[in-house]
Design a protein around this ligand. Structure first.
Ligand code: TNX
Length: 756
């Protein structure tokens, strides 16, 4: 009879194109040899990476040696290896060994990475260490797309080199092969340019927005940049792992750090500070010869550092106001015979594209560069949905799909209260898994222009490497499978079954992956008010992915694999405390324990994420108390356009007072043309008030509490007010009347106090 190890799907992420099971099993002895052909440095490197993974994850030592008879594992390039596709490989496991062959070095490397996963198949603590037995099988594998990318924004928050290298390691382990570095933006220029030293002397540093101060909070200029030596090292590090680094120098918009360093490159000649405002800022590159000389000189150094064929020149979110307002720019536009500023942008981008083409490189731009007609030399990276990609592919241009919000890893991954900051579109693990980078409306010929897809991590709200890690993992697993594996083999439940082993790899490698997809959610049947009225509750436990076994305790202790198994909603009398965690069948914890307090106070409290937006509004962002150097800053859901929240259906029986945990944040948002949409509420006192209305935002005022002076109060402070005595359920509408030109006030939580 076949053992479990022989029948389970191979623990690979991404899934392989073809797997045929064989006879018997292979047991890897400790100290086994990985043999590589003499003189093949890349094969030796792939073997060393394989050995390194197996040692770090499983504690098994393997030795890399020159090819010899009888080695347990062999890696070798072979001109007639069975898989002919670029980057493909064959991995054959027999009872006597495991053998990888490929026609190119990337394929050989990916074969080694697959073998590393096969040799680390277990998630459960204990079972995941020591000698391993794996089923005999033959894997033939190759990628679906040639561009399997990740973008990291190192401009908004500088990312240390070690973090970038750690990302490259994981990209390579997931068979992702393009790291797009967003190196420049309004908030920072991160690449040393020898010819223009001020770019990093000035442009790499900014003063943080100044509302918050205190322990752990950055106050002085902060930022950073990569020296050219560091970049050469990074490029080589990536290349050894078959990752190409694609640099982006953003133009003609997102140029404020350039203008802060070299004002003459701008349209107005004025010198702004490096931006502290997120969003869209007005600074544009000029269109005169001095500007192109600057750009070409920068690109010369960029091309010398980055061997990538593709160079990204941005082109996104370039507000045309400065060009419209400049007589010189207008004169140039007319002299060039261009009809408007969009056409001028196309001309500008194409001129840069021609320069790159003359140096054997190819230009990529964000899809806005289509607006004035497509620059002939452009490859399009589309982020505003897929229309730009479809249009460009139909015009025979190559395209890369990275649409917001689905492939935007700054989108939050759940509605949980313990999610850190990000954009308030929820992009779950399942959403990324379901995404297909090939737009269905393209025919086969047009589809050939789809190079692949890319996940983008923007870092406005990601201040620390911990947060970046949390945003990327494990969503990178879903991304990688979508970009590598054959579409018809992809299966969400099957993917979930392979994920626990990957989560265990992350644990051993020190990658602090998010557990949002598995964390226990608690739902009180009938809502908290019913529980308050009854003094008892029925609580359902679930998780986003509906995966694993939920175990719980009611005595305050941490759940273990031996704790009670959740089968059906729990009937509990108040007060009660629930702790619950999720385990795999093998007893591996998939999500850390979460706690739910079933007390009257807790049932009367709503955290920031549980409040609704006011009618007509939308909570767009979940933002941190910035800038904070700690790993987990407090976070607040806000609607940048209206300081207005609703506590829906507050049960006011016996309630005498309300407490808001308030926060004062920097209002550092470049809203550009949308600034007119910001709604102000009239204030009665100098610092403004918190106003509480009953029965919706048009209802009567129930309470008004003046805000403390920003100079005196800490960044987080409570506001308490009596409420008129009433009964029943009422929508409480909470607004701040503080000036929209001052700090941004937010709500951490709202709680109601009742008579004992
Ligand atoms: C839009 S996507 C941007 C970025 C922001 C991002 C935030 C793109 C080409 N531009 O500047 O960081 O939204 O999600």
């Amino acid at each position: 009879m076949a053992s479990a190890a022989e029948t389970a799907p191979p623990p690979l992420i991404p899934l392989a194109a073809q797997v045929n099971s064989g006879q018997g099993t292979f047991t890897l002895p400790a100290g086994a040899v990985i043999a590589v052909p003499a003189g093949d440095a890349q094969a030796r490197f792939a073997a060393a990476q394989l050995a390194d993974q197996v040692r770090r994850v499983r504690g098994l030592d393997l030795m890399v040696r020159k090819a010899r008879q009888g080695a347990a594992i062999t890696l070798a390039l072979q001109a007639d290896a069975p898989v002919a596709q670029a980057e493909g490989y064959t991995l054959e496991v027999t009872p006597s060994g495991a053998h990888v062959t490929a026609r190119d070095e990337a394929g050989l490397y990916y074969g080694a990475m697959s073998l590393a996963q096969l040799l680390t198949p277990e998630g459960a603590p204990g079972a995941d260490q020591g000698p391993v037995t794996i089923p005999a099988q033959e894997i033939r594998d190759w990628p679906r797309f040639s561009w399997r990318g990740m973008m990291l924004d190192v401009a908004r928050h500088f990312q240390p080199l070690d973090s970038v290298k750690a990302l490259i390691d994981q990209m390579a382990a997931h068979k992702l092969n393009r790291l797009h570095l967003h190196l420049t933006d309004d908030q920072g220029w991160r690449l040393e340019i020898k010819h223009y030293p001020e770019l990093t002397k000035i442009g790499a540093w900014r003063t943080p927005p100044s509302v918050v101060s205190g322990p752990g909070v950055v106050s002085g200029p902060y930022g950073g940049f990569y020296t050219q030596d560091q970049i050469r090292d990074l490029v080589a590090y990536a290349a050894a792992r078959h990752v190409t680094i694609v640099p982006e120098i953003d133009m003609p918009g997102h140029g404020q750090a350039v203008m802060a360093s070299y004002p003459k490159i701008g349209v107005t000649g004025a010198r702004p500070a490096v931006a502290v405002d997120w969003g869209v800022n007005p600074y544009l590159f000029n269109v005169d010869e001095a500007s192109f000389t600057f750009i070409q000189t920068v690109l010369d150094e960029v091309m010398a550092l980055f061997p990538s064929t593709y160079i990204h020149v941005g082109g996104d979110e370039a507000l045309k106001d400065e060009w419209k307002g400049s007589p010189k720019v207008q004169a140039r536009m007319r002299a060039l015979g261009l009809k408007d500023e969009n056409a001028l942008q196309t001309w500008f981008i194409e001129r840069v594209g021609q320069y790159l083409a003359a140096h054997g490189r190819r230009m990529i731009g964000w899809d806005e560069i289509l607006e004035g007609g497509i620059p002939p030399t452009a490859t399009i990276m589309s982020w505003r949905g897929t229309k730009g990609a479809v249009d460009a592919a139909r015009m025979n241009h190559d395209v890369i799909l990275s649409p917001a919000p689905t492939l935007y890893l700054d989108s939050l991954q759940s509605r949980r209260n313990d999610e850190p900051s990000g954009r308030l579109a929820i992009v779950t693990l399942a959403d990324i898994y379901a995404y297909d980078a090939l737009p269905a409306e393209l025919d086969a010929e047009q589809a050939r222009h789809v190079l692949g897809g890319q996940g983008n991590l923007w870092t406005e709200y990601m201040m620390t490497p911990w947060h970046v890690t949390h945003a990327i993992y494990p969503r990178i697993d879903a991304l990688a499978e979508g970009l590598w594996s054959p579409k018809d083999r992809r299966d969400w439940r099957d993917f979930l079954g392979r994920l626990p082993a990957q989560l265990a790899r992350y644990r051993h490698l020190g990658v602090d992956a998010a557990d949002s997809a598995f964390a226990v959610d608690f739902t009180v049947e009938g809502g908290p008010n019913a529980a308050l009225a009854a003094g008892a509750a029925t609580v359902a436990l679930s998780n986003q992915a509906s995966f694993g076994t939920i175990r719980y305790t009611t005595d305050g202790s941490a759940p273990t694999p031996a704790s009670a198994r959740y089968e059906a909603p729990l009937h509990l009398t108040l007060p009660a405390i629930l702790n619950a965690a999720v385990f795999s069948d093998a007893g591996q914890m998939l999500a850390a324990p979460r706690r739910y307090d079933l007390t009257a106070d807790a049932l009367r409290t709503r955290q920031s994420g549980e409040l609704s937006a006011c009618p007509e509004g939308e909570m767009g962002l979940r933002i941190p108390l910035t800038p904070d150097a700690t790993t987990r800053a407090p976070v607040f859901n806000v609607n940048l356009f209206d300081a207005c929240w609703v506590y829906p259906k507050a049960r006011l029986n016996g309630v005498t007072a309300l407490t808001v945990q308030a926060a004062r944040l920097p209002r550092n948002y470049g809203l550009a043309h949308d600034a007119v949409k910001v709604r102000s509420h009239p204030a009665a006192t100098p610092n403004g008030e918190l106003v509480v209305r009953m029965d919706g935002c048009d209802g009567p005022v129930a309470a008004t509490v003046p805000l403390p002076s920003p100079a005196k109060a800490p960044a987080q402070f409570p506001l308490t007010t009596p409420l008129p005595v009433t009964t029943g359920e009422h929508d409480l509408c909470l607004t701040y009347t503080a000036s929209i030109h001052g700090p941004l006030y937010a709500i951490g939580s709202v709680s109601l106090q009742a008579e004992p």
